[in-house]
Design a binder for this molecule. Sequence first.
Ligand code: OGA
Ligand code: MN
Length: 309
Amino acid sequence: MSLVAKPILPNFGAEMSGVDLMAPLAAATVREILNAQDRYGVTVWRGTGLDDEGHVAFSRLFGYLEGGSKTNVGPRRLKHAELIDVGNLDIDGNIVSNELTRAQKRGDRLWHTDGSFIAKRSAYSLLMAHEVPTEGGETWFADTRTAYDDLPRPMKDRLEGLVAQHSYWWSRKQAGFPISEEELDAKPVARHPLVHVHKGSGRKALYIASHARDIEGLPRKEGRALLAELIAHATQPRYVFKVRWNPGDLVCWDNLCSMHRGGEFDDERQRRDMRRTTVREGPAPDVPDDPYAEMFKTSEFAFMAAGRK
Ligand code: OGA
Ligand code: MN
């Protein structure tokens, strides 16, 4: 059988079948998978059977993996440095009880793209479910290419050349993390164009996220209003779908043409074990580096490194 992509929305998201990700993949099949990824932006693979090793190996087909430089921070639950622990479990496998860690994780429930707070952008994220809540905990996806296409011409003209400043702490503040605007001003930001051409498809896309705090050259109030307007536009029901998870499911999304957010669930009582790899945009660097680890190494993340309870 060969690869089958069943679209979820007409131009966005596809349920994949016909290829066993546990078996060795021919180069032509890998090409087909990457083409489908470029076309649909989000691919959903049910019941893959992949373990951590297989998850990381499959992810490598997409490019350079963040975390691979082994400069990771603090004690970890997961053996592979390339796997980000995005569920709600601590290093002992119990539900996180630290309020700050919980608030930090709740930031993922806001619409975002992974790693936009880092200068070197992340292209793909590959998220696998290992344990899921009995209720809630879906993941939502929004199509930032079609949303861009549908903007009125004057808005497209207005966005041309604008650069947004992204800060990890801005999304965490919005999720309830205790941090002031003044403290935020002292944190590093990453600068990215608001609109870019998505290389894999040649289509233009919005590059927006709840990490985006300000737009350069615009008064703060105006920049934030514009960011809020664009996020509201791109997350209208016609651009959005949600994935309900079962253990073994894998979802691959392209951060450069989509946004996503985690759905609500009872994170104080229900276990959710989700593991993610993240693929850097473009070719591998000459010397392996790990800007995520660099960032999370700083002292303000001590509460995470100190056991993540
Ligand atoms: C992520 C993320 C949301 C979720 O892994 O980057 O935002 O539903 N996840 O776990
Ligand atoms: Mn995310």
